[in-house]
Design a protein around this ligand. Structure first.
Ligand SMILES: Cc1cc2nc3c(=O)[nH]c(=O)nc-3n(C[C@H](O)[C@H](O)[C@H](O)COP(=O)(O)OP(=O)(O)OC[C@H]3O[C@@H](n4cnc5c(N)ncnc54)[C@H](O)[C@@H]3O)c2cc1C
Ligand SMILES: *[C@@H]1O[C@H](CO)[C@@H](O)[C@H](O)[C@H]1NC(C)=O
Ligand SMILES: *[C@@H]1O[C@H](CO)[C@@H](O)[C@H](O)[C@H]1NC(C)=O
Ligand SMILES: *[C@@H]1O[C@H](CO)[C@@H](O)[C@H](O)[C@H]1NC(C)=O
Ligand SMILES: *[C@@H]1O[C@H](CO)[C@@H](O)[C@H](O)[C@H]1NC(C)=O
Ligand SMILES: *[C@@H]1O[C@H](CO)[C@@H](O)[C@H](O)[C@H]1NC(C)=O
Ligand SMILES: *[C@@H]1O[C@H](CO)[C@@H](O)[C@H](O)[C@H]1NC(C)=O
Ligand SMILES: *[C@@H]1O[C@H](CO)[C@@H](O)[C@H](O)[C@H]1NC(C)=O
Ligand SMILES: *[C@@H]1O[C@H](CO)[C@@H](O)[C@H](O)[C@H]1NC(C)=O
Ligand SMILES: *[C@@H]1O[C@H](CO)[C@@H](O)[C@H](O)[C@H]1NC(C)=O
Ligand SMILES: *[C@@H]1O[C@H](CO)[C@@H](O)[C@H](O)[C@H]1NC(C)=O
Ligand SMILES: *[C@@H]1O[C@H](CO)[C@@H](O)[C@H](O)[C@H]1NC(C)=O
Length: 543
């Protein structure tokens, strides 16, 4: 019955289908007797494509664990007991459509995974019976150098995207994240930033079209999805709204030669004073220049004691000969000299920032394994609107000397430039003008078990508690792509707008209201949900 209906559905326009299919789905309320065998049979019976049987992995399949584990990027979620009943690795859109239809029919939740970098593992861990749709095989990239655009499928990584662009042009780039293994599916739908943000904005700001499969199994594009859904998935996270299959993006110009540096300054070398000055200039510098700071503990060369090192990492879209006098004038405290600087192509700067500093070939960008391997990891984020005074920084340093902080970092990323000229409601990502910089706090560890995990998580929570006085307030803001379940979760899957508001306004500010309205239109029964998904409004728009 549903087969016939869905074949028929495809002939109608998307808005019509949405209404039609909704009525249909109400008659398909899953019964608890349904098992994953029936779900798998449903996939096999899906009309459009029989080859789906080659991409369905049940728990008894000998490849199940390797398929699940290959994209897990955080050891905290490696051996969890709540694993998917089935993993589907679609080859084509019809496999995605079949999985969405059959999962609803048989009472299974879907978690969509592209690169698997979600900090809380939400793309492959769930407390209820669920299916992982893993887009690892949907990752083609087509670069159009004539029009400076590209179509990139959701399962591609940033490294694959940057590599493919560089094969076509030395003077085109894309403003997205630093780590090449990150998936474009999650990254772009949650914002996505890197060293080109001050000049070109976020990855999501440079999306011009999207292909997404909605809860009714319809493949939509920018025209057919409606302006509100197109708005929502460029910063609001894809997971609440459907399964993104591909993005069309604008490529941006980069000069054929750029300059990078990485300049370390310890506390003994006046790191506190230099950071103080950085906070007053970093967001006002020429937008072709981005200087971010990575703070971590190191052994002091002077005393053999521990100290904190602030590493000033920078990309300048120009030559070193222009950069040095510019910084001597605007940020002399850093003491940059010619020897600190290296000129290279933009793609080489991607390797440099990703930590490939031994002259590796750009092929390493195609490797989906993180350079330094995996660790147990927890992170949090903040935005800063007024400079943190020296006393605030000085209170931060002792945290680095705690045992738990051996592999911890605090990263300051400057805003300003293009980010100041994009309105807060242009996309769901609200952190624009008024922010001087963004903070990420992270802690890694290698010791297994709950005790070690709890110690490290407690450490970062204490640090976060300490910095409260110095960061954005009402709400204390956070970056969706640095997912943090500490800031609030939906109530046991029974989502309410008021419960979700606890975390929703931190990630999205007032855009959260509009996100909930979009959700209400496109997924009113809240099929696409997770611990921090956007909830639909209750009947009659009730909050
Ligand atoms: C090592 C590392 C480095 C990072 N560096 C940066 C950085 O430089 N800049 C930055 O901005 N961020 C960075 N991030 C954060 C990163 O942007 C987010 O974790 C992002 O969500 C990862 O996308 P993914 O596809 O790899 O993750 P996934 O875990 O696959 O997905 C993340 C979320 O998006 C959903 N999702 C994934 N694919 C789709 C899809 N196709 N359709 C709908 N929903 C989907 C998932 O269900 C999940 O909710 C980094 C993360 C890590 C682990
Ligand atoms: C069916 O899947 C194969 C790959 O497995 C693909 O080549 C073909 O185009 C698909 N057909 C449809 C109608 O999606
Ligand atoms: C595992 O699943 C794959 C993909 O569906 C299939 O090709 C393979 O035959 C299965 N293997 C086993 C042992 O079931
Ligand atoms: C996962 O479990 C296996 C088997 O018990 C164990 O060998 C491995 O060390 C565990 N890995 C992590 C990250 O806990
Ligand atoms: C560039 O865009 C135009 C207009 O959309 C299109 O006709 C042309 O084919 C595109 N160029 C390439 C190389 O695809
Ligand atoms: C996106 O890309 C284009 C280049 O095509 C660039 O000019 C623009 O400034 C970028 N950013 C935004 C926010 O539009
Ligand atoms: C440290 O930096 C501050 C501000 O940049 C500066 O005023 C101060 O003189 C510096 N202190 C030393 C000892 O260099
Ligand atoms: C910023 O840097 C670019 C690249 O070097 C340069 O062309 C531009 O003139 C600079 N702008 C200002 C305001 O200094
Ligand atoms: C720092 O010193 C400790 C103790 O002397 C040593 O074990 C550790 O390897 C050193 N770390 C680095 C990065 O040199
Ligand atoms: C070593 O570091 C600690 C913590 O910052 C500090 O209290 C102590 O004075 C330092 N000792 C030396 C010899 O520098
Ligand atoms: C990919 O990178 C990992 C981590 O650096 C490395 O161990 C592995 O050998 C690389 N794989 C290939 C095919 O180069
Ligand atoms: C956070 O700090 C406040 C005081 O500033 C304190 O009352 C509270 O216990 C702290 N919480 C944690 C988890 O450290």
């Amino acid at each position: 019955m549903y087969n016939k209906a869905y074949t028929k559905m495809k002939r109608f326009s998307s808005y019509f289908c949405a209404v039609f299919a909704l009525a249909l789905l109400f008659s398909l309320t899953p019964s608890s007797a349904d098992s994953h065998e029936k779900f798998v049979q449903c996939l096999y019976d899906y009309p459009e494509n029989t080859s789906i049987s080659s991409v369905v992995y049940t728990q008894t399949n000998s490849s199940y664990s390797s398929v699940l584990d290959v994209s897990i990027q955080n050891l905290r979620f490696f051996n969890v007991s709540s694993k998917p009943v089935v993993i589907v690795t679609p080859l084509v859109v019809s496999h995605v459509q079949a999985t969405i239809i059959c999962a609803q029919r048989h009472g299974l939740q879907i978690r969509t995974r592209s690169g698997g970098h979600d900090y809380e593992g939400l793309s492959y861990v769930s407390g209820v019976p669920f299916v992982v749709v893993d887009l690892i095989k949907i990752r083609e990239i087509e670069v159009d150098v004539e029009n400076n655009t590209a179509w990139v499928q959701a399962g591609a990584t940033l490294g694959e995207l940057y590599y493919t662009i560089s094969q076509k042009s030395r003077t085109l780039g894309f403003p997205a994240g630093v780590c090449p293994t990150v998936g474009v599916g999650g990254h772009i739908s949650g914002g996505g930033y890197g060293f080109l943000m001050r000049k070109y904005g976020l990855a999501a700001d440079n999306v011009t079209d999207v292909h997404i499969v909605d809860v009714n199994g319809n493949l939509l594009n920018r025209k057919t999805m409606g302006d509100d859904l197109f708005w929502a998935i460029r910063g609001g996270g894809g997971a609440s709204f459907g399964i993104v299959v591909a993005w069309k993006i604008n490529l941006v110009s980069v000069p054929s030669t750029v300059t990078v540096f990485r300049v370390p300054r310890t506390l003994e070398e006046n790191a506190t004073g230099i950071i103080n000055k950085w906070q007053r200039v970093a967001n006002k510098l020429n937008e072709s220049l981005t200087i971010r700071i990575n703070m971590a503990r190191v052994n002091s060369s002077q005393s053999g004691n521990l100290t904190v090192q602030a590493q000033f990492e920078s990309l300048y879209l120009g030559r070193a000969d222009d950069l040095i006098p510019y910084l001597q004038k605007n940020f002399p405290e850093l003491g940059l000299v010619r020897e600190d600087c290296t000129e290279m192509s933009w793609i080489e700067s991607i390797l440099f920032m990703a930590g490939f500093t031994n002259g590796q070939s750009t092929d390493v960008l195609l490797n989906r394994t993180q350079l330094n391997g995996l660790s147990f990891f927890k992170a949090k984020s903040d935005y800063v609107r007024d400079p943190i005074p020296d006393v605030g920084l000085e209170g931060l340093w002792p945290f680095f000397f705690d045992d738990e902080a051996e592999n911890a970092f605090v990263q300051f990323t400057p805003y300003g430039g293009r980010m100041d000229r994009i309105s807060e409601s242009e996309t769901p990502f609200p952190h624009r003008a008024g922010n001087i910089f963004h903070i990420q706090y992270g802690v890694s560890w290698f010791e297994k078990g709950d005790v070690a995990a709890q110690r490290h998580v407690n450490w970062i929570r204490r640090l976060y508690n300490y910095t409260e006085a110095y960061v954005s307030k009402n709400p204390r803001s956070a970056y969706l792509n640095y997912r943090d379940l500490d800031i609030g979760v939906n109530n046991n899957g029974h989502t309410s707008f008021s419960q979700a508001s606890i975390w929703g306004f931190k990630y999205f500010s007032n855009n959260f209201n509009r996100l909930a309205r979009v959700k209400t239109r496109v997924d009113p029964r809240n099929f696409f949900r997770n611990e921090q998904s956007v909830p639909p409004l209750g009947t009659n728009g009730r909050k």
